[in-house]
Design a protein around this ligand. Structure first.
Ligand SMILES: [Ca+2]
Length: 360
């Protein structure tokens, strides 16, 4: 992720509080005649969410990535281990512009990208990077190496979820596209308002697998199924101007739910936009380590952020890859592979979805 707008502040982890807000559990020692009816109302599925039955699974990249040469840069920080997660509800789709607009209209919330950063809090950041704005994909006019993402990203003043590519752009007609330019605290704020929380990495991966075991994608081990794309990624010359051929049906971001859902009814767990998870990022999180043969139960991530490539930047994990994932560059759309994001960065290919703990 980019280093723009990188701060030193941290943001409170609201997961535990939100767990309480979102719980649908029922307990009543003495039932009356009216209570069964009330209980029936309580266990109605939350709108636009699907039930993820908890269970045990192998977390991490499936070994089949080795045979296919897909492992790429995702393998080294996605070690395989056994994990068990409790059941939960999950948004069927990424949070859309329409949904985020409802949140903003109800609360007056202003996202991080819409606010200029105070110079006194960021003495090491150049003044031109303290203005309100966000990080936008900037295709190259010439072929470039794939080892320096700064070559195809740029900070655009005035870019935000309302203006994804800059001040002259808007989201009219894009109500069903996932909201983007969402910093981690923005995702938390939405989740709290909605009575939800962000998923842990373990929950996210368990859900993304859709009930299948040891696969590279929610639908199997091949990118295409019966010759057809199953997710919005990138085909063509990356990251060239007009290089995105859109063979999968979309050049750029797609509206949500344009491809088949996985086994749990979740859409777009691969591609389209990255999704924030609640865990701090660490390449080898202690919370996921267990003696061989033991199962890690409901891991919550490490206590601290640590990215060896940018050790001073606070980062949270993110999952799923985006519309910019290309086989020559990014293998992190594979199930089990991991992403990471500066919590204070708002970027064009990052969004989120929420979960609710509880029962049904
Ligand atoms: Ca595409």
């Amino acid at each position: 992720m980019m280093a723009y707008r990188t701060g030193t502040c941290s943001f409170p982890f609201l997961g535990e509080l939100l767990l309480l807000c979102g719980a649908l559990s029922i307990s009543s020692p003495s039932l009356t005649a009216k209570e069964p009816e009330a209980m029936a109302k309580k266990v109605q599925p939350p709108p636009n969410m699907v039930w993820i039955p908890g269970g045990e699974f192998t977390m991490g990249l499936a070994k089949s990535c080795e045979k296919k040469g897909f492992c790429g840069d995702g393998e080294k920080d996605a070690p395989r281990h056994q994990v068990r997660v409790d059941s939960f509800w999950m948004d069927a789709t990424e949070v859309t512009n329409e949904q985020f607009s409802q949140f903003v209209q109800a609360t007056g919330y202003v996202t991080l990208a819409e606010k200029a950063l105070p110079a006194k809090d960021y003495p090491d950041v150049a003044p031109e990077h303290l203005v309100a704005g966000a990080i936008v994909f900037a295709p190259s006019d010439e072929p470039v190496g794939k080892d320096n993402a700064y070559l195809w990203w740029r900070f655009v003043p005035g870019a935000s979820w309302r203006h994804p590519l800059g001040p002259s752009t808007d989201i009219v007609g894009k109500e069903r596209e996932p909201v983007v330019h969402i910093a981690y605290e923005d995702a938390l704020a939405y989740a709290e308002w909605a009575g939800k929380r962000l998923p842990t990495e373990a929950e996210w991966e368990f859900a993304a697998r859709g009930g299948l075991k040891d696969r590279l994608f929610p639908w199997g081990d091949e990118l295409l199924l019966d010759g057809k794309h199953q997710a919005n990624t990138y085909q063509g010359r990356f990251p060239m101007r007009n290089g995105d051929l859109g063979t999968d049906g979309f050049a750029g971001i797609a509206p949500v739910a344009q491809y088949a859902a996985n086994g749990y009814g979740l859409f777009d767990m691969v591609g389209n936009v990255w999704e924030w998870c609640a865990d701090w990022y660490h390449p080898q999180p202690d919370s996921h380590l267990a003696p061989k043969g033991r199962v890690v139960i409901n891991p919550q991530g490490p206590e601290k952020s640590f990215d060896p490539t940018e050790p001073g930047v606070l980062k949270r994990s993110m999952r799923g890859g985006s519309f910019l994932c290309h086989e020559s560059y990014c293998s992190r759309y594979l199930l089990g592979s991991r992403g990471k994001g500066d919590i204070s960065a708002a970027t064009q290919h990052v969004g989120f979805r929420c979960v609710i703990s509880g029962s049904r």
